[in-house]
Design a protein around this ligand. Structure first.
Ligand SMILES: [Ca+2]
Length: 656
């Protein structure tokens, strides 16, 4: 492995005295380093011939930072986590874990895209950074963020890929982002405020742009790159080279695929995120994304065409339909992750080739976890383990002990403080997450958190997951679902009920536990200064009731028993919804997935406000476009934007 020559000790050794001092310091540093770096053939650290004192940062040797962040990547789909289904191999992400630390309980404070990103940037909870939900929050770019602080301390900073915070990025020397949610194929992007259009697959493009920026950087300065993938977000469209990546493997089903939600409350019963009822033809690839060009479409059709034909001929119903959807979902979702893992591999290779690996922190994480059929669900949002936990692996040569596993309660609210400490920059006093640096060194502080606060706000909203907050510790989870029409407490004992199938709230055997957790929850809410009740800006402003009233869209209300696929045959309950021919979004929602190209006016709220300046991302691409038609989307966007600047003509102009 080559070394970064800009900080080689010899460069500073001009005088004998300096040389002698340098040798002495070097000896101390190396002795400490070899203590910490467990010998491992494939570790970066073990190959190093020089190292700073581990965990300290000097101006001469500030580590570079490569933060690779994906969207909706479930920890169950990272092979390093060893989930029982063994869904796929992610050798490159696993390499980071092998050469660094794997965190097994990294929790997010609010399990949804925008809020998670705002938390990473600020080191604060949603109520402290102001970004509560994907429907009508807008990131206040004037607030302090870790990229701004790093930039101020001499780092070069860039964010490339998904941003999804509505306002333009601030604190970066360079930004090149997807508008809104972005699209998988031939995506429009925004480069430092200019609309550009790319050809190809989004994950590859984000990787190319990241490598290009790294190549062109000022080599006299340290850098911090945020490489942020769109994948594997819904609708999970893989790179065309990965269609059929699994050789038509039949994946094991989770035990809870046909969960009937008994033992829990209204919140779990009345959501709208099941494979049985919520999964659309576009999700199932029974419809084709509009952005594909003719050549791409031919490849798409060659894979999906015969399989879709077989599906239509077979016409499965009820449980069989859910089973079919589960298999199709996993092929597509995991196919997206194949490209993300390849991206990680390319970035690691670049660091190796450039001799940067020894002095670069590489962190891989996702904005939250995701359900892969557990409880019959896809999507996220819940305090439950699949969505609350996110993957986190960190390589920091000379500091993080290779191959180690950490089980402490950590969070993406801790990332900002971690990066600041690594760079030797003082963290602002109001950060709500501590630095992970001591944990990376293998030294968890005595006073490390023993419980974690969670709060989800986006209701009414996509997937109809009720607002809820709660406290999580190593064994238990106390949660309150609230507003509107719900006010219910639930308590889960993860040791006895790891799949979270039965609330024991109200069970006398758990009375003491519930009392203790209530007190802990109160303490956390006080300490974190959580507003009570929810502030006005959390209010979700929706369109006319006839179109956008979530109660009307709530399948549970319109179709009793709909969320109980175990007992009620979903196919029979709602034949129209489950009939892909009748529900073809291509037919019903022309241009739905390509607001810029095929439907410029309809899905472009900017058109309604031509005088307003575009501010970077597109609300039309809000988190879950799939389950509403564009007319509703546009209406919702207009309504939801309210006092905010209405967005945006970016996609439209980018497509021109
Ligand atoms: Ca996400």
């Amino acid at each position: 492995m080559r070394l970064d020559t800009t900080d080689a000790p010899a460069k500073h050794a001009a005088k004998t005295l300096v040389i002698a001092t340098a040798i002495a310091l070097y000896a101390i540093a190396f002795a400490t380093f070899t203590n910490l770096a467990v010998a491992a053939d494939d570790t970066v650290a073990a190959n190093s011939t020089k190292a700073a004192v581990p965990g300290t940062t000097t101006a001469a040797r500030r580590p570079n930072i490569v933060f690779i962040f994906s969207d909706d990547h479930a920890w169950q789909a990272v092979s390093a986590y060893g989930e029982s289904r063994r869904l796929l191999d992610t050798p490159n992400i696993d390499r980071i874990a092998k050469q660094g630390v794997r965190f097994d309980r990294c929790l997010v404070p609010n399990s949804i895209c925008g809020p998670s990103r705002a938390t990473v940037l600020t080191g604060k909870y949603s109520h402290a950074n102001g970004f509560y939900n994907n429907t009508n929050s807008r990131f206040d770019g004037t607030q302090t963020t870790f990229p701004k602080l790093l930039r101020g301390a001499g780092y070069q900073t860039a964010v490339i890929g998904k941003w999804h915070l509505v306002s333009e990025p601030t604190g970066f020397d360079h930004w090149h982002i997807l508008p809104g949610q972005g699209v998988y194929y031939n995506p429009p992007m925004i480069r430092d405020g200019q609309n550009v259009k790319h050809q190809g697959y989004v994950t590859d493009i984000i990787t190319d742009l990241s490598v290009e920026w790294l190549k062109g950087r000022d080599k006299t300065k340290p850098f911090m790159l945020m490489c942020q993938h769109k994948a594997p977000h819904r609708e999970w469209a893989p790179a065309l080279r990965h269609l059929g990546h699994n050789g038509d493997r039949v994946y094991p089903e989770p035990d809870t695929l046909f969960d009937d939600y008994a033992g829990r409350g209204k919140a779990e019963r009345e959501q709208d995120m099941t494979l049985a009822q919520t999964f659309t033809p576009l999700d199932a690839k029974l419809a084709t994304p509009a952005q594909l060009n003719a050549e791409q479409r031919a490849q798409w059709d060659a894979y999906y065409g015969p399989r879709n034909e077989a599906f239509r001929k077979q016409n499965p119903q009820g449980r069989d339909l859910v089973k079919w959807r589960y298999q199709r979902y996993l092929h597509d979702y995991l196919g997206c992750i194949k490209a993300v893992d390849e991206s990680v591999g390319r970035l690691l290779q670049f660091l190796d080739d450039e001799g940067l690996a020894d002095n670069t922190i590489v962190m891989y994480s996702s904005d939250q976890g995701f359900f892969l059929g557990e409880h019959g669900w896809f999507d996220k949002r819940w305090i439950f383990e699949e969505s609350l936990r996110t993957p986190l692996v960190v390589r920091w040569p000379g500091v993080a002990k290779p191959g180690s596993v950490n089980n402490d309660l950590v969070s993406n609210v801790d990332f900002a403080a971690t990066f600041l400490e690594a760079a030797g920059v003082a963290a602002p006093a109001d950060l709500q997450g501590p630095s992970l640096a001591p944990l990376l060194r293998g030294q968890t502080p005595q006073d490390w958190r023993q419980s974690f606060y969670y709060h989800y706000y986006e209701f009414p909203g996509p997937h109809s997951v009720r607002r809820h907050y709660g406290v999580v510790d190593r064994r238990y989870k106390l949660v309150r679902f609230y507003e509107p029409q719900v006010d219910a407490w639930e308590l889960f004992d993860l040791e006895k009920d790891p799949r979270e199938m039965r609330s024991v709230y109200g069970d006398p055997a758990y009375a003491e536990t519930a009392k203790r957790l209530h007190a802990e929850l109160d303490r956390l809410r006080r300490e974190l200064k959580v507003p009570d009740p929810d502030p006005a800006e959390t209010e979700i402003r929706l369109g006319p009731p006839a179109k956008n009233n979530p109660a009307k869209k709530n399948p549970a209300k319109n179709n009793p028993g709909i969320n109980n696929p175990g007992k009620n045959n979903p196919g029979k309950n709602n034949p129209e919804k489950n009939n892909p021919e009748k529900n073809n979004p291509e037919k019903n929602n022309p241009g739905k997935d390509n607001p810029g190209k095929d439907n410029p006016g309809k899905d472009n709220p900017g058109k309604d406000n031509p005088g307003k300046k575009d501010s970077g991302t597109n609300r039309a691409g809000k988190d879950e476009p799939a389950n509403t038609n564009p007319a509703q989307n546009a209406g919702t966007a207009k309504q939801a934007s309210g006092a905010h600047t209405v967005l945006s003509n970016v996609v439209l102009s980018a497509a021109r």
